[in-house]
Design a protein around this ligand. Structure first.
Ligand code: FPP
Length: 258
């Protein structure tokens, strides 16, 4: 993933939308930490897995809202490299839910023009899920309204460790010299090197941390936090985040252009 205008030239082709009389500046890439499913379920006396199911349903609505707003990439944190430490029943249900989501949402995604991609250490996932992921990526490759990127068995530190290993192998085989390793070369061995860095990262549920999500790519991302739990996070919360993003002054380490 890289910053628009840096390595990749990606233009936001869609027109800015308005919300509450404000012309919105639309992020090209939005990333979301879908947090709060367990608490959402607990408040209703339901098992945590019911919260994840409600969270998965909400993802469908947020995809629609992103398309409406002209967002081109949506990356969601669905399962971290640390989430394996959860009770086996919860982990198993999540794996089943990912499979169900890919199957159930497939027709809708085709209709809406959503391309499905995955970022993470996919080799560590159950083999059935791995083949379903490979098929979904292949069949949706040509769709171009929204790229939905599901971060699964994803950890920013693991991504960087794997990137280091790939570069070390390239040095060992004589493909590159150690001196040629720079930021662009590191980017080229991250999971999805063609995807621009996230402009805006949203974390609902009241927590205010990154939790090992996109640690390289978020170097210049804007952050927006909300107390709303993910299954309740709807279009109006998204618009509030976009309004706040519109008012941010992004300088990327430079000075304001007058
Ligand atoms: C964090 O909330 C959420 C997760 C670890 C899982 C996210 C998964 C989904 C939204 C469902 C399925 C996703 C797809 C792509 C189909 P938490 O469980 O830690 O909530 P808590 O902090 O309230 O306990």
């Amino acid at each position: 993933m890289c910053r628009p205008g840096n390595v990749l030239k990606i233009k936001n082709k869609r027109r800015p939308r308005r919300a509450d009389g404000v012309d919105l500046r639309i992020p090209i890439h939005l990333a979301v930490i879908m947090d709060g499913n367990g608490r959402w379920a607990g408040k209703r006396g339901l098992p945590r897995t019911a919260g994840h199911r409600a969270g998965a349903e909400n993802l469908e609505n947020i995809c629609k809202a992103c398309i409406e707003q002209g967002i081109q990439y949506l990356t969601v944190y669905a399962f971290s490299t640390e989430n394996w430490s959860r009770p086996a029943e919860e982990v198993d249900t999540l794996m089943d839910l990912f499979i169900e989501f890919i199957h159930r949402f497939d027709t809708k995604m085709a209709r809406e023009g959503i391309r499905l991609r995955f970022a993470g250490d996919l080799a560590g996932l159950p083999s059935r899920l791995q083949s379903i992921i490979a098929r979904a990526e292949e069949t949706s490759r040509h769709r171009d309204r929204l790229q939905l990127i599901i971060a699964i068995n994803y950890g920013g530190r693991r991504e960087l460790a794997q990137a280091c290993r790939k570069l070390a192998e390239q040095v060992q085989s004589g493909q590159i010299e150690p001196d040629s390793i720079d930021e662009n070369l590191i980017r080229s061995v991250l999971y999805l090197s063609d995807v621009p860095d996230p402009d805006l990262i949203i974390r609902p549920s009241g927590e205010q941390r990154l939790s090992n999500f996109l640690i390289w790519q978020s170097a210049y991302s804007e952050f927006w936090f909300s107390d709303v739990l993910w299954p309740d996070f709807d279009r109006k919360h998204l618009l509030a985040a976009l309004k706040a993003y519109t008012l941010r002054d992004r300088r990327f380490g430079g000075v304001k252009q007058i």
